[in-house]
Design a protein around this ligand. Structure first.
Ligand code: SAH
Length: 239
């Protein structure tokens, strides 16, 4: 999977993505990330990429020209879905992540300041994605969230010991409580079934935990779904 990131802070993106499973996937070439800096395409004296908004008002706006030249510098066939990171976009969901993971390329545009000139959005942007209903100072962290979420869905990125299949949201339910050594921590033990070695009983227990967890923490995820449907999807997940 190939990602282009248009950003004024390429080091921020590269550093953030250099850790853990995503870092390994980049090292092994399963994921490739190409950062392009609009500042390298600013054809003015001080390499300016921002200017005051027409009509006045607070802050600065990223100018069309450096962004336009930056995106035009990329191979057209490697662009994929051109996605603007924006608090005004559709809130990112696991469902959208899974769909995007089926593609082969995606271009993420990171805003800064008050955002970017609307004419760039109209000309190039296919989709706007938000990572939540709050505002952060730039699109870089949001782009890293998108790359990480998509990256872990790509075959081979998660090692044998990790599975995206059992993650929260993969089947509309939350994940399960997990336990590891030590078996006894003060007064606190581990649910006995997990030590039983009985795979079917463990799978059944996990199914129920997943449903209970979701009912308790995110009842909104279950609205309109019957217990039967939930139990079926959770069986698939925990098998
Ligand atoms: N003035 C803008 C916010 C600008 S924040 C507005 O009111 O909509 C600067 C940049 O940070 C944005 O252009 C965007 O790229 C990024 N950003 C901020 N919040 C975000 C969010 N919730 N999701 C994705 N990107 C976000």
């Amino acid at each position: 999977m190939h990602f282009n990131v248009i950003t004024l802070f390429p080091e921020m993106v590269a550093t953030t993505l250099s850790y853990g499973v995503i870092g390994k996937a980049i090292d092994s070439g399963l994921i490739t990330v190409d950062c392009v800096n609009p500042r390298d395409f600013a054809e003015n004296k001080h390499n300016r990429v921002d200017d005051k908004p027409f009509g006045g008002g607070a802050g600065m706006v990223m100018m069309y020209d450096p962004l336009h030249r930056a995106i035009e510098s990329l191979d057209e066939n490697s662009l994929g879905v051109v996605t603007l990171m924006s608090p005004q976009g559709q809130r990112l969901s696991q469902e959208r992540v899974n769909q995007l993971a089926k593609g082969s390329c995606i271009t993420l545009v990171c805003g800064r300041y008050e955002g970017i000139d609307q004419r760039f959005v109209e000309q190039y942007v296919d989709e706007e994605i938000s990572i939540g209903d709050y505002v952060i100072s730039g699109g870089e962290m949001a782009a890293c969230v998108v790359i990480d979420a998509i990256g872990r869905q790509i075959e081979g990125v998660l090692g044998d010991g990790e599975s995206a299949r059992t993650d929260s949201f993969m089947d509309g339910l939350l994940g399960i409580p997990q336990y590891t050594r030590s078996e006894i921590l003060g007064q606190s033990g581990v649910p006995e079934v997990l030590l039983s070695g009985h795979h079917q009983a463990i799978s059944l227990w996990r199914q129920q935990q997943s449903i209970n967890n979701t009912k308790l923490k995110r009842p909104d995820l279950m609205a309109g779904t019957s217990e039967r449907e939930l139990s079926d999807s959770s069986t698939q997940k925990n098998e």
